[in-house]
Ligand binder design. Structure first.
Ligand code: ATP
Length: 419
């Protein structure tokens, strides 16, 4: 077996690493077996990313030299050129299950933390992998991480990607939305994040300038391929099914609130310290607390109806919050309600006349001005809550590629999936 991986071949105005990987796989498939194509999402907080921080790997029985020649030639011909594009290629001999421990470790770090090009070069050299870089070759970080992915992860999902011929890139996509909605409804929940029903949006059709016509995500190859076949669309150039770590929450670290650092994503337990507040731009802000540690959190405007769930939180609720930390703020992707405040303390009412009592002075309790009745303290009143125990999430249109949709299951509590 040979594993070939590439990254950082794309730019915002065209190309896409998955498309280049599909070209490499299709060319190799002319003469050899191509066992798998992987689409690996790495740390979404990496500043160098173009969009979703994806890298790709191909598992084939073609010999190393030929794989390197084919892939290098296709990167030469097709990779985008531009300030931010820095392609990298890594070719590893042997079984993808049997990569050295340092390589799988590198993959796990690449999904949750930050690495330098020198780290990638050192690990690739130590493993005796061939590697090649263009315009600095920064993409070798993602490429090496993609080489280790098969051994590093044990949870896989699938995406069927359908690509446009080059002459159509940048033009309006002709995909029949009603066929997307019908196929999505029939395949749900085995296929997920195909559409956003509440927003009436086909989220599987990107708005980018590149080669992707649409992509169907789900829990099995047959499912995503069947859904893709049922979508009516303009003529396509090629299609490929990838094994992916999308929808797995591979990016989340479990940590105490006091330990979080920027540029990483977390799952943290916390108490809501301040009532949520909607500020300029429609973003909803609150503060999380655990002991002495506090951390601002935000649900951004594009998360739309998720913000209503966040606004329904109150100071004193306990939650588990998930999201990326950047500039000292946790950007909420999902949260679980663990305990809701069910009562609040209010000024007592007079038992005789039913009117609200007045303060009788500092530490002097409350008194009814009319009847003279007295109470020492505020009284508890039940509060209506518009939230239940369990997990709430952003809608499909706002989901990060790597974030796990609730409908996929495996959560430690009831779930309230968005679809
Ligand atoms: P697209 O989603 O369109 O495929 P992209 O978002 O994957 O684009 P790239 O152009 O591939 O973006 O840029 C990501 C860059 O970051 C690559 O050079 C990759 O090697 C590097 N990279 C990936 N993960 C890490 C990490 N954990 N630490 C440092 N660099 C990383």
């Amino acid at each position: 077996m040979t594993v070939v991986a590439l990254d950082d071949t794309d730019s915002r105005d065209g190309m896409c690493t998955t498309y280049l990987a599909a070209l490499v796989a299709d060319e190799l498939a002319d003469d050899h077996a191509v066992e798998r194509r992987l689409l690996v999402r790495l740390n979404p907080a990496v500043a160098a990313k173009t969009r979703g921080n994806a890298a790709c790997a191909i598992h084939t029985d073609a010999p190393v030299d030929e794989v390197r020649r084919v892939a290098s030639d296709l990167v030469d011909r097709h990779a985008a050129t531009g300030e931010k594009t820095s392609p990298g290629l890594v070719v590893a001999p042997g079984d993808p299950d049997a990569v050295p421990r340092e390589v799988t470790r590198f993959t796990r770090v690449a999904v949750r933390d930050h690495l330098a090009l020198a780290d990638a070069v050192a690990v690739a050299d130590a493993a005796d992998y061939a590697h090649e870089g263009w315009a600095g070759g920064h993409g070798r970080i993602g490429a090496l991480a993609a080489v280790g992915a098969w051994a590093a992860f044990d949870e896989w999902t699938y995406e069927r990607l359908v690509y446009r011929p080059r002459e159509r890139w940048g033009t309006a996509r002709d995909v029949d939305e009603s066929s997307v909605f019908v196929a999505a409804a029939d395949a749900y929940p085995a296929a997920w994040d195909t559409v956003d029903r509440a927003a009436d949006e086909a989220v599987c059709v990107p708005a980018t300038l590149g080669p992707v016509l649409f992509g169907i995500r789900g829990d099995g190859t047959a499912t995503v391929e069947r859904v893709a076949e049922r979508v009516a669309h303009e003529p396509h150039e090629r299609a490929a099914t990838f094994h992916t770590n999308q929808g797995t929450d591979a990016h989340l670290r479990i940590a105490a609130l006091a330990a979080v650092e920027g540029g990483r994503s977390y799952r943290v337990g916390a108490t809501v310290a301040t009532d949520p507040e909607t500020r300029t731009g429609g973003h909803v802000h609150l503060t999380l607390q655990d002991g002495d540690a506090t951390l601002p959190a935000v649900a951004f405007e594009p998360t739309k109806r998720f913000r209503d769930r966040v606004r329904a939180l109150r100071a004193g609720d306990t939650i588990t919050a998930c999201g990326e930390v950047g500039l000292g703020t946790l950007k909420l992707e999902k949260f679980a309600v663990r305990n809701l405040v069910r009562t609040e303390l209010v000024v007592p009412t007079c038992s005789d006349c039913g009117r609200s009592m007045s303060s009788a002075g500092a530490d002097a309790g409350y008194r009814c001005r009319d009847c003279g009745t007295e109470r020492d303290d505020k009284v508890e009143r039940p509060v209506e809550r518009d939230l239940e125990q369990g997990w709430y999430e952003v809608p499909p249109r706002a989901r990060r590629h790597v974030a796990k949709p609730l409908v996929r299951g495996g959560f430690d509590g009831p779930t309230h999936p968005e679809r």
